[in-house]
Write a protein that binds this ligand. Structure first.
Ligand code: HEC
Length: 132
């Protein structure tokens, strides 16, 4: 019957619309995949990790400087301050890694580390978190 056609089409549009909404919602929830640093690319704490804590315009040490917030991320102090909240070889289970801005930092830092920067920190921890 002709009169049945219209409601069915509307129902189809509504269902498709709902599916679209749901998929958009899940897209936002999906976290970016953290890439692995190629194994032939060395990661040095002094040269690659420490500089990430004092980037221009995204300087962690405005807060993490030994007085305002822990851990102290200033050069010369940061390694000793973070090693206790790391599981060397296992970034995913390290409180320090979980708490990074861009992951689940406990307060609004005002900026984030990029996925590439987080990947470096993850690689460094996964490779044993050496003071190298
Ligand atoms: C606006 C201030 C501020 C900035 C900027 C900031 N933090 Fe924090 N961060 C805090 C506060 C406050 C805490 C809570 C711990 C405390 O109060 O000692 C914290 C906690 C953390 C923790 C501990 C998470 C945990 O649960 O163990 C990590 C790791 C951390 N920050 C990393 C960083 C890094 C890396 C940066 C820079 C990329 C940064 N933070 C920038 C204020 C800041």
């Amino acid at each position: 019957m002709n009169t049945m056609k219209k409601p069915r089409k509307i129902r189809l549009v509504v269902v498709l619309g709902l599916l679209l909404c749901v998929s958009c919602y899940y897209d936002q929830e999906v976290e970016e995949v953290i890439p692995d640093i190629p194994i032939d690319e060395p990661i040095s704490y002094q040269d690659d990790i420490q500089p990430l804590f004092v980037l221009e315009g995204r300087d962690c040490t405005t807060c993490h400087n030994g007085t305002i917030a822990n851990p102290d991320l200033t050069e010369g102090n940061s390694y000793d301050a973070i090693i206790g909240s790391l599981v060397p070889g296992d970034a995913e289970n390290s409180a320090f890694f979980q708490g990074l801005p861009g992951n689940d930092h406990p307060v609004e830092a005002g900026f984030s580390l990029t996925v590439e920067e987080i990947a470096l920190i993850k690689g460094w921890i996964d490779r044993g978190a050496e003071n190298n």
